[in-house]
Design a protein around this ligand. Structure first.
Ligand code: C2O
Ligand code: CU
Length: 510
């Protein structure tokens, strides 16, 4: 493979990605960050300069397994010490499989300030993909808060607990449109000072298509809270890839996507070419308090700024609490024929993770993971699960009620360093003796992120065959921050000498 070198400088800049001005993290001045394009087998070298004035940083390469380089997984406190302001840190790893991946900060709640981007890996020219298209595009979906991360993180770690609330905007490829005249959501600075509806940063994204052509859209979600539905007015989307694995193609009108997931869909420009169409993304799984983000599908040669004749709100989307509709999509995702990797028939260990909430010493966030909890309702640990190297592990994510009555949330769980087979989903309480009999061991999709629906369960299986320490966590930024995370450790005796660059803090310092 080739060596692909990048020099990145990360810093904060005042930008108005949803027309509201706030501090946004940029990479070489760009938000979202540059898309890394590579071919299977290439080595990626990123020299990252931390140009923040006061904050540390790390970058995680989401979906890249880091085989042989677990120390470059980019998880602060798990795989490396943070990069201090003014420092340069070099990540170096191999992209060993084709597909659509992402990168983002993994330091505190910094991801939601904008340190995000996509990674596209193409297969070797001798192994063509099992589908064809004329153009290849990436669309990163995010939600967006006007408060900074420290303010939100402090609220989550305080008594009384202060929830982050719903995001102010949704964004497609870093562009949203906050309604500047809506005072309710605007903090006290004068509006004109901070919100400018005609700012160039928040001009609507336009995707221009040539009638008859086929487009591959690589859609990734790095929302901090929201689960999304993505749709293009009047057009079918054919799902062909999920988290770097080929999917047996199926067609949807609404693509449901959870934080941490990527999908490739094929879009054929096969509708009436005399007009433009709305592209929208909207919130599902929580009451919809944030308006959809919009972009325009522009049929050449119509003017790109020509408004579609319909209101954007006419784009069909299911009700926010229509869990079954979403579950149906998850269940429909199967590995593509000809690309099946069957899972081991049995597992060596089953871990059931209850997804709920408790208070620890009155705090909703585990503020000190080493303290003995005085609250009898909750226990704490360092969250490390030691797995026998090469063993097969099942994880059953069992959802439950939160601390509010009649409330259970959707949690997208993401595993570092491995892909897992998605064996099954169910509603209600997992039944150890019956439910495993219904596992799909024939053509389960492999993924790195999977959702567990309210009051439901999701079962997954993986081989602990990648030596290292690997985070496994809810990809909702505030849930992760509040403690919804564990670490799998396996085969660490096989990990080669650690580079000294990862060890500059705490007990690792030398
Ligand atoms: Cu994309 Cu540990 O996360
Ligand atoms: Cu969660």
């Amino acid at each position: 493979g080739k060596i692909r070198r990048f020099k990145w400088e990360v810093k904060y800049e005042l930008k108005s990605p949803d027309c509201f001005e706030k501090l946004v993290i940029t990479i070489n001045g760009q938000f979202p960050g540059p898309t890394i394009k590579a071919q299977q087998g290439d080595t990626i070298i990123v020299e990252l300069k931390n140009s923040f004035m006061t904050e540390n940083v790390v970058v995680h390469w989401h979906g890249i397994r880091q085989i042989g380089t677990p120390w470059f997984d980019g998880v602060e406190g798990v795989t490396q010490c943070p990069i201090l302001p003014g420092e340069v840190f070099t990540y170096q790893f191999v992209v060993d499989r084709p597909g659509t991946y992402m990168y983002h900060s993994h330091y505190g709640m910094q991801r939601e300030s904008g340190l995000i981007g996509m990674i596209r890996v193409s297969p070797p020219s001798t192994e063509p993909e099992p589908f064809t298209y004329d153009y290849d595009w990436s669309l990163l979906l995010t939600d967006w808060y006007h408060k900074g991360m420290s303010e939100k993180a402090t609220g989550l770690a305080s008594i009384p607990f202060k929830w982050v609330g719903e995001p102010q905007s949704l964004m497609i490829q870093g562009r949203g449109r906050f309604n500047c005249t809506n005072n309710l959501m605007t903090p006290q600075r004068s509006e004109a000072e901070v919100c400018n509806a005609s700012h160039a940063d928040c001009s609507r994204l336009v995707l221009t298509v040539i009638p008859g052509k086929t487009y591959r859209l690589r859609i990734g979600s790095l929302t901090s809270l929201s689960a999304l539905s993505f749709q293009i007015e009047g057009h079918n989307l054919t799902v062909v890839e999920a988290d770097g694995h080929y999917v047996e193609p199926f067609t949807v009108r609404n693509l449901f996507i959870y934080s941490g997931e990527t999908y490739s869909v094929l879009l054929k420009a096969d509708q009436n070419p005399s007009r433009n169409y709305w592209i929208t993304t909207s919130i599902v799984s929580r009451p919809e308090k944030t308006p959809p983000a919009t972009a325009v599908l522009n049929y050449h040669p119509n003017h790109p700024r020509k408004h579609p004749p319909t209101p954007a709100s006419s784009n069909f989307r299911p009700a926010w609490n229509d869990t079954r509709h979403r579950l149906a999509q998850s269940v429909a995702i199967k590995a593509r024929k000809g690309f099946l990797h069957a899972p081991p028939e049995n597992s060596d260990k089953v871990i059931v993770l209850l997804n709920t909430q408790s208070k620890v010493n009155g705090y909703m966030r585990c503020y000190d993971i080493f303290a003995v909890p005085s609250n009898a309702n909750a226990t704490m640990s360092d969250g490390i699960y030691r797995l026998k190297f090469n063993s097969t592990v099942d994880v059953v994510l069992q959802n439950a009620n939160t601390m509010s009555v009649n409330n259970s949330e959707t949690h997208p769980w993401h595993l570092h360093g491995h892909d897992f087979w998605v064996l099954g989903y169910g509603e209600g309480k997992f039944n150890e003796s019956n439910d495993p009999k219904r596992y799909n061991l024939v053509d389960p999709i492999m993924k790195n992120t999977v959702a567990v629906q309210p009051y439901g369960w999701t079962a997954l299986r993986f081989r602990a065959d990648n030596p290292g320490v690997w985070a496994f966590h809810c990809h909702i930024e505030s849930h992760f921050f509040m403690g919804m995370r564990i670490v799998f450790e396996s085969g660490i005796d096989r990990v080669a000498n650690l580079p000294s660059s990862i060890m500059g803090c705490g007990q690792a310092k030398r």
